[in-house]
Design a protein around this ligand. Sequence first.
Ligand SMILES: [Zn+2]
Length: 257
Amino acid sequence: MRRLLGGRDADQLALSFDDIPRTADELLVRLRALGLPPRYARLRLTRNRTVMVSFSGGELRVHSAYLQAPREVHAAMVTFVSGRTRAARQAARAVILAYPIDRAPAPVRRAPRTRAEDRGIVDELRQWHDQYNADYFGGALRPVTLRVSRKMRSRLGHYTASTPGGAPAEIAIGREHLERHGWTEVLHTLLHEMVHQWQDETGRPIDHGAGFRAKARDVGITAAARRTVRSRRGVAAIPPAPVTRAASAAADGERPC
Ligand SMILES: [Zn+2]
């Protein structure tokens, strides 16, 4: 086992059957406990949605959604690769395919972090989020992760809904937006993203449709998905960008989605 797991202490990886394997190594330990033959020395997790389980040489490739699969599905994976009869392997294959990978919780994405020197901006944004929440949303909006992005170039801001995998909802504001347009425009963008947050938390679609425009007018911001933002050097001219599923905000061609 020590050799198979690349020198790591196998005891450290021992899992009770109540634990959910979190890594390829832990899943390999689980499958071994269920009878996986030692000739499968490696296990690789994939995200290829057309292949659930495959094997070649000593390597087993498994879609990452199967980490959370119940014990009988893991047992079926062992039978699928090492079952003695074709019928047993076929039955195991059916069990594997019946496991709904789309309903498995998505892996928690590792959110980018605000850089240390931008944290003061985040503190300021948080105070405005609190203030606007009280002023325009009756204090009903949840606390949300606020982030300053140095990578955001074509967009001014962005709202990302929380995921079933546990990643929290987030409002990101472009650092460049603040530098080019100043706080008044950034706060306009913050409110725009807060309207998306309100859409999300009240079960509405996150878009720039009639509901968005009505709420935007209520809170006193430009109702359009795009707006003209005056840069300190003149009017910003950034070409329109496509609207994606998550919503972003933009200026005359710049998106605050
Ligand atoms: Zn938007």
